[in-house]
Design a protein around this ligand. Structure first.
Ligand code: NAD
Length: 391
């Protein structure tokens, strides 16, 4: 598989191109929390018709669409399969907003049906699942884009511009990650903390964003080895403040994922990635993101990068005419459409024009391989080599 070129692992797709004189017919699979952000974004697109929705919980899709005044949308499907089997819908695209363990199966099914896919992050739970999704993508020639909207933020894009400019020289070390002092996500129940729905904890939920922030900036080099650690000291405690505050101490018994993870990853090109992520920890932040190069270093103040923001002005540490200098990069206030709207719009443009996915699987497979590698290395208690099969 080619290293970084968009969609290089598959034929340039022409099949995705659809008649631009009609509206793009869109369905939503999984009508929970994040589906609302997809819905808001689609409703702002004049060239989209929302035609269907499915959720495993009876009545949930119907109620979801009705909340937006969309009473004509077909929602009487017991699963993604029933919806995708309904030929009368003539679906062009779906947003897959299901919990992590239900990313791969609906994505593969949709692609096999010839439907373009906007898939929420993380890509999948395991690398093996992601490979299967990519095989379906390759066979279908359709667009598959993964839901990493923060990379559409101008400040995030500035990180990549700085690296690409050569100002930092050859990159050899990156420290990244982030976290919350207390922030296990259980606002709408336990789908984020149960193994059978989430499969991954902080690592897959917010860790994938920290990884995308830096890997996208440096051109997504292939991960080679990983030594990972994960733990769950807070989520399993019935006295955890989040459970106490929402009146659900029993969530502790359901918690079966990580609430902290750390790793040391070797990347192609002699680059070291030092990573840590937390849903809960006895600290405010596990540190800034730093990118060290032979000519300069970049400091990105500790950030909730999953919200698409840097934590303050970034700083470049470099030499100017022999003088050690620090250059501050002012925060860019982007204005215009929000990140979710940009994420949906760029996906729709790729679908309509038959152009590569804005956030391609050919990059995110490396993000996934690191996450999965951390989980597997942590379980084994030793460093492992990352193997990515041919697509
Ligand atoms: N991009 C972002 O900023 C962002 C933010 C939050 C969550 N997410 C991601 O979105 C995904 C969903 O998160 P959420 O908070 O909306 O979860 P949620 O539990 O609120 O909603 C998921 C819904 O999917 C339904 N579902 C699961 N499998 C299904 C299937 N096969 N067919 C039809 N319906 C199915 C469930 O019944 C549930 O209603 C997660 O993977 C999460 O990581 C992304």
């Amino acid at each position: 598989m080619a290293k970084t070129s968009l969609d290089a692992f598959k034929e340039v797709h022409t099949e995705s191109k659809i008649d631009t004189n009609r509206k793009v017919r869109v369905g939503i699979i999984g009508c929970g929390w994040i589906a609302g952000s997809h819905m808001d974004a689609y409703l702002n697109q004049p060239d989209v018709e929302l035609v269907a929705g499915a959720d495993l919980i009876p009545g949930k899709a119907k109620a979801f669409f009705e909340k937006y005044g969309l009473t004509d949308v077909k929602t009487d499907y017991a699963s993604h399969k029933e919806m995708l089997d309904d030929e009368s819908l003539q679906l062009d695209a779906v947003s897959i907003c299901t919990y992590n363990r239900q990313h791969a199966e609906p994505a593969i099914y949709a692609l096999k049906k010839g439907v373009n896919v906007m898939l929420e992050k993380p890509f999948t739970v395991t690398t093996e699942e992601a490979i299967e999704v990519m095989r379906a993508e390759k066979e279908s020639g359709k667009v598959l884009s993964i839901g990493f909207q923060p990379r559409l933020d101008a400040n995030m894009q500035m990180i990549k511009k700085i690296v690409d400019s050569g100002e930092l020289g050859k990159i050899y070390y990156i420290q990244t990650g982030g976290g919350r002092r207390r922030g296990i996500p259980t606002p709408f129940g336990t789908t984020f903390i149960e193994d059978e729905t989430a499969g991954l904890g902080a690592l897959g939920d917010i860790g994938c964003y920290s990884l995308d922030m830096v890997l996208n900036a440096i051109g997504y080099p292939k991960p080679l080895t990983v030594s990972g650690y994960k733990s769950a000291f807070f989520g399993v405690d019935p006295n955890y403040v989040g459970y106490v505050n929402c009146g659900h101490p029993e969530y502790a018994e359901k918690f079966a994922v990580d609430d902290f993870a750390a790793a040391f990853v070797r990347l192609e090109g002699d680059i070291i990635l030092d990573f840590r992520i937390a849903w809960a920890m006895n600290m405010d932040t596990p540190g800034d993101t730093i990118i060290l190069g032979t000519k300069g270093g970049l400091r990105i103040p500790s950030t909730e990068c999953w919200n698409g923001s840097v934590g303050g002005p970034m700083k470049i540490y470099h030499e100017v005419c022999g003088q050690q200098t620090v250059t501050e990069i002012p925060i860019i206030n982007m204005g215009g459409p929000g990140l979710f709207e940009r994420k949906i719009r760029t996906f729709l443009d790729a679908v309509k024009n038959g152009t590569p996915a804005p956030v391609p699987s050919s990059q995110i497979i490396y993000n996934q391989a690191i996450i999965d590698g951390i989980a597997k290395s942590a379980a084994l208690g030793r460093e492992i080599e990352i193997e990515i099969p041919e697509i």
